[in-house]
Ligand binder design. Structure first.
Ligand SMILES: Cc1cc2nc3c(=O)[nH]c(=O)nc-3n(C[C@H](O)[C@H](O)[C@H](O)COP(=O)(O)O)c2cc1C
Length: 254
């Protein structure tokens, strides 16, 4: 099938997913544009001559609902898509299946899928420095392979991806809500950057229940005044030191 360009639809609150996704895009050898799903995108149609690359971080084995809802505003017209999940070296659970299902429901055929590792956005010492040079090379190679495969096929089929088909009946995690300490200068950067507007502009030292626990406020705070509660950090560090100890590399399905 003919592909003229790509559109990258990416939700990347702390930037790890974006690094992987851009390497994949580069590998396709196509020209393209980006849609930042940390903001609500305008509804639009993506033509069948365009490769949609959808890249999402994994949260508690799933993808956050808001990211999937925003993605589905880019409606496919039976064109090809690549599903990419990025996780913090523990596991990606049902996330790839959930993303692939959403893409198919939104009018795409998922011709390739991949899972890649980036630094753990809650406990940054886990998978620190990822994606590294090996990850980025693998991501670029995957982009090249996915584009070549899709171009070579006239009747593209959805790839089968791992995950429990019953994931919809499982309860989604809610994440950890960051707290603000006395170093907060009320500059409002976190409030402006929050993908779900869970921090009131007039009171940026608070966080509402709209928080999805994405850690963006922590990563953008110039005063390092936002943190997850210390007991949770301690518990999670111990858990991840055990569960994410083995270095995991790209898993790709073509
Ligand atoms: C609330 C939350 C839940 C997470 N759950 C998982 C998980 O289930 N498995 C995993 O390996 N990493 C998990 N991570 C780590 C992220 O998937 C990983 O750091 C990802 O690269 C973050 O993407 P970003 O840098 O684009 O924001 C989680 C991170 C957050 C904030």
């Amino acid at each position: 099938m003919e592909i003229k360009q790509y559109v990258l639809a990416v939700f990347s609150p702390t930037g790890g997913t974006l690094k992987v996704a851009r390497a994949i895009c580069k590998g396709t050898g196509l020209a393209g544009t980006e849609v930042d799903l940390c903001n609500e995108p305008e509804p639009r149609e993506i033509g069948a001559d365009t490769l949609l690359i959808a890249a999402m971080p994994v949260y508690e084995n799933r993808i956050r609902e808001v990211a999937l809802r925003r993605l589905s505003r880019l409606q496919g017209k039976n064109g090809p898509a690549v599903a990419v999940v990025v996780y913090g070296n523990r596991d990606y659970g049902d996330a790839m299946l959930e993303l692939s299902d959403t893409l198919q429901e939104s009018g795409y055929t998922v011709g390739a899928a991949g899972a890649f590792v980036a630094e753990h956005s809650i406990i940054r010492s886990v998978a620190a420095g990822r994606p590294d040079a090996v990850d980025l090379k693998q991501a670029e190679e995957f982009g090249a392979q996915a584009a070549a495969k899709i171009k070579a096929q006239d009747a593209l089929q959805n790839v089968a991806v791992p995950g429990d088909p019953d994931y919809k009946n499982k309860k989604r995690g809610t994440g950890v809500k960051p707290l603000t300490d006395e170093n907060c200068i009320s500059c409002g950067i976190c409030a402006q950057e929050c993908p779900v507007k869970a921090i009131p502009l007039e009171q940026p030292n608070t966080t509402t229940d709209a928080c999805i626990g994405c850690m963006r406020c922590i990563s953008v705070c110039p005063e390092h005044a936002r943190k997850i509660p210390a007991p949770i950090e301690k518990k999670l560090t111990a858990y991840l030191q055990e569960k994410a100890a083995k270095v995991r590399r790209a898993e790709t399905i073509l």
